[in-house]
Every structure is written in structure tokens, then in C-alpha cells.
Ligand binder design. Structure first.
Ligand SMILES: [Zn+2]
Length: 492
């Protein structure tokens, strides 16, 4: 009894020590001053007014060019005329860029625009995509998705946030930089793909191949990604700008069972659909391991100093709290997806006659892989979970490993961070992981520094309109993004 008491006492002292250490660490984890960077350009009122009065109109015109990516279609031929018309529109709308930059058309439809700088440093590359996702529910839009409607300083259009805003934002910034006679030190390369929404194989991948073949050095790439948002990091009241350092991998696995079929009046209980369903049920109950590693670990440790006290203690002490934090993050779909490889069955096929037991059944399971988790290892794990040699697992379509994780400091990251601090007040800048896809995955051989961030303040209504209905951007949101890019060009 005495020894139990003594053990409890020791345990209590240790616990107290642990908690006070954690609180102490949290107390020392003081926030640094935000907005420590000053703007590189002092825009006069009339410069700002000029941006505000015409940039959104240009984005509206750009959104009327229908360049739409459909799965399984020959989008290059569907969109051919519109893409070429859009190229011509870009050249006539941005005459200074047309005059001073080298314009190259890659693989018929994508654009590579090079604005030569005075310095010999490797170029800074900015990428965006000209294509958009389809609008099957266009009759539900307040204003047609391709009309370029601006109503009370808000543009309603497919592509307003994904991703014509980036393409036009960059062109506006480059045109005004040249018009104002501001210096261009670092060579700026703009790469605009035409098929990002269907994988970027004909666009971004070909631009990347062109850069490598021509030995064009690129220091870093800036691409679409998170914007500036509130309420996305637990315990953080400030606005938050996440710079995506990596994106998850993509693979679809076909699970197939072949068994003798026959009459449905005397079925064999071990038939193809039954075997497959049992396998899928096992898979549904299985989750891949969670990781509190970079870039997600970096996100929480960078955000911790600015969090409410309870969260601050939790996230300042990941050495001790990681298991608990993982458990909390596993509770939400998006947060769970940011710490582990996910899997979900997206297609099921079996049978075509109601009174015939199908001789085969198959399921497609879509995986999104956490950085560092190899596709072959995921398939091995799936086979071990299924534990049934009658279910054959093979790769179904083109797959892509997760991209390497870029450094959360140095060339590219630091300048983007400084421009955010200069233009978005009280905003915490943190690294992060992109859980969907971007064109960056096609550029992994070009540079290992890839940063996915867009300089637009997003509300949750903005966010849910991306790939949905009533996609929109306001005049203020867009103008601010243009000024951000101008500022960033001067920092390079
Ligand atoms: Zn996009």
C-alpha cells in the first residue's frame, strides 16, 4: 500500500513537472511582430485608382474565354479556338508585356512568357492555368458563368478564383511594373498551362520539359494554392496565409475479383460481389498511419505563438502532445486528410443482368498520399488489409507520388512571406500541405523550391464557390492581389 502511495506521489510530481514545463515553453513562445516588412513600392493614389478601375474588368473579359477541362475528352481540340483567341486577347490587353517579353507557345496551347531581368540570378517563375472546370449546374448561377458579369464591384464567373485570377493578376502586375518604369532585376517567367484541371500533361508538363531541354535555370516557382483566410487553423484568431510546400500524391487502385458466375436462383455465397464487399468493408475500417511531420508540423509550430493560450500550450509542445493533436485532427475530414494518406472507393462495377451472378466485380479505390508515402507501399498495405488472394490489386490509372517538401525559408519563400506581411495586416504566415492537386507536380524536375499561395483574402463563401456555383471575386480582393504581385516582383 505504501509503495502504491509513493508511486502515485512520484507520478503526480512528474505530471506537475510536465505540465509546468509545457506551460513554461508556451509562455516563452512569444509571437514576433507581424507586418515587419514594408512595401517595396509606394503606389500613388492615381496608380491604385487605375488598378481598381480596370483590373477587374480585364479579369471579367478573360473569364468569357471558355477553356474547359472535361475528364476523358480531347480538350485540346474542344478548346482550340478559344485558347488561341485568349492568347491574342492577352497580347492586345497587355501591350507592354507583349513588347518587352519573349512569348512562346508550348505544345500549341500553353504559354511561356519571359521578361528578361538585369540580374544574372536564376529566374523566378510564376505559374497559373488558363483552363477551368465545367459548370454542369450553370442554370443555378446568379449570373452566367461565362458572361463576365460585374455587379456592384463583384465579378461572378467561372475562373474568378481558379485560376484566371492568378493569370490576369500576374499580367496586370507585369504590365503596370513596365508602365511605371519600375526595375526588373530578376528574370520573371510566366508559365500558363491550358489543362491543369485534367492533370497538366499537355501544358505544364510540356513547359517543364521545354525549360529543362533549354537549360533555363529557375530558382523557385510560385503557383496557386491557399489564400489569406481566417478560422482555418484551430485556436488562431488572426488571418492566416498558408504557403503550400508540397502536394499529396494521387493513385487509383483497381480491386478485381473473378469467380464463376451462374444462376441467381442457387448462388454460391463465395461469389465475386460478396468477396469484393467483404474486402471493401475491411478497407473502410482501416486508416493509414497519421504523421505530424512537415509541412504540417511546421504549420502548427509557426502558428502556435499567436494562438489562444490552451491551444498554444498544446501546439508549442508537440514533443509531448503529438498523439493527442493527431487524435483531434483525425476528427475532421480536411484535417485528417492533411496528416495521412486517405483512401475512398469511388467506382464500383459488377453485373449487368438481375438474375445472373456476375463472374467479376471490381472497385476503384482512390488514394491521396502523404508526402514520403510511396504508392507501392500503400498497395502492399492494402493487400495486407484485404488478406485475400482472390482480390487482385493493380494500379488503375496514371498515378503521381506526393511532391517533395520545399524548404520553408530562403529564396522564394522569404520574399513571398515579406510581401504578405507588407500587404495583409496582422497575418500569420505558415507553411502547409496542399491536399488537392496543382500544376506544380509537373515541375518537380525544374526546381525543388515550389510555393503554392495566392495573394487573395478568401472568405468561406469564396472558398465553397471554387469548382462550385457562383464563383466570385470582389474588386478589392482582386486589386490587392495585383498590388501584391507588383510588390513581390520588386523584392526578387
Ligand atoms: Zn486551379
Amino acid at each position: 500500500m505504501q509503495s502504491v502511495k509513493r508511486s502515485l506521489k512520484i507520478l503526480g510530481v512528474l505530471l506537475l513537472l510536465l505540465v509546468s514545463t509545457m506551460v513554461g515553453i508556451a509562455l516563452f513562445n512569444q509571437p514576433k511582430a507581424l507586418n515587419d516588412a514594408t512595401a517595396t513600392i509606394a503606389l500613388k493614389n492615381n496608380d491604385l485608382a487605375a488598378i481598381e478601375s480596370s483590373a477587374l474588368e480585364h479579369l471579367a473579359q478573360a473569364s468569357t474565354y471558355r477553356i474547359v477541362g472535361y475528364d476523358g475528352a480531347n480538350n485540346d481540340s474542344i478548346n482550340h479556338g478559344n485558347i488561341l483567341a485568349f492568347h491574342a486577347w492577352l497580347r492586345s490587353t497587355y501591350p507592354m508585356v507583349a513588347k518587352h517579353a519573349k512569348w512562346e507557345i508550348i505544345n500549341q496551347h500553353s504559354l511561356l512568357i519571359t521578361l528578361q531581368g538585369s540580374s544574372k540570378q536564376p529566374a523566378a517563375m510564376f505559374i497559373g492555368h488558363m483552363d477551368v472546370v465545367p459548370t454542369p449546374d450553370s442554370n443555378q448561377w446568379k449570373h452566367g458563368p461565362y458572361k463576365g458579369s460585374i455587379v456592384q464591384d463583384t465579378l461572378w464567373a467561372r475562373g474568378a478564383l481558379d485560376d484566371k485570377n492568378v493569370v490576369i493578376g500576374l499580367m496586370e502586375a507585369a504590365e503596370r511594373t513596365l508602365n511605371m518604369g519600375l526595375p526588373i532585376k530578376r528574370t520573371l517567367i510566366f508559365g500558363f498551362g491550358h489543362d491543369e484541371e485534367t492533370g497538366g500533361k499537355h501544358g505544364a508538363a510540356e513547359i517543364a520539359r521545354h525549360l529543362i531541354q533549354n537549360k533555363i535555370p529557375v530558382a523557385f516557382i510560385s503557383d496557386e494554392g491557399f489564400g489569406v483566410m481566417k478560422g482555418i487553423v484551430p485556436g488562431l484568431k488572426n488571418q492566416c496565409a498558408i504557403i503550400g510546400l508540397s502536394e499529396k500524391g494521387f493513385a487509383s487502385i483497381k480491386l478485381k475479383v473473378e469467380q464463376l458466375g451462374g444462376h441467381s436462383a442457387w448462388p454460391n455465397p463465395e461469389n465475386a460481389t460478396a468477396i469484393l464487399s467483404k474486402g471493401l468493408s475491411k478497407l473502410e475500417h482501416h486508416q493509414f498511419e497519421s504523421h505530424l511531420e512537415n509541412p504540417v508540423r511546421g504549420l502548427f509550430s509557426e502558428a502556435a505563438p499567436y494562438m489562444d493560450f490552451g491551444y498554444k500550450v498544446l501546439f508549442s509542445n508537440l514533443w509531448a502532445t503529438a498523439p493527442l493533436v493527431k487524435m483531434v485532427l483525425q476528427g475532421g475530414e480536411k484535417t485528417a486528410a492533411s496528416i495521412r494518406t486517405t483512401h475512398v472507393t469511388t467506382i464500383l462495377r459488377a453485373g449487368n443482368k438481375e438474375n445472373v451472378v456476375p463472374p467479376s466485380a471490381e472497385a476503384i479505390v482512390n488514394l491521396r498520399l502523404f508526402p514520403g508515402h510511396k504508392i507501392t507501399d500503400a498497395i502492399k498495405e492494402i493487400n495486407a488489409v484485404l488478406d485475400d488472394p482472390r482480390i487482385k490489386a493493380t494500379l488503375y490509372s496514371e498515378s503521381m507520388e506526393a511532391t517533395p517538401v520545399s524548404a520553408a525559408n530562403g529564396d522564394g519563400y522569404d520574399q513571398i512571406k515579406a510581401s504578405i506581411h507588407a500587404h495583409f495586416p496582422e497575418t500569420v504566415v505558415v507553411p502547409g500541405l496542399v491536399i488537392t492537386g496543382t500544376d506544380c507536380k509537373n515541375y518537380t524536375a525544374v526546381t525543388d523550391r515550389m510555393y503554392r499561395f495566392v495573394p487573395f483574402e478568401f472568405s468561406s463563401a469564396n472558398l465553397s464557390s471554387i469548382h462550385g456555383i457562383n464563383e466570385y471575386i470582389t474588386r478589392k480582393q482582386f486589386s490587392k492581389g495585383v498590388v501584391f504581385y507588383m510588390d513581390l516582383f520588386q523584392r526578387l
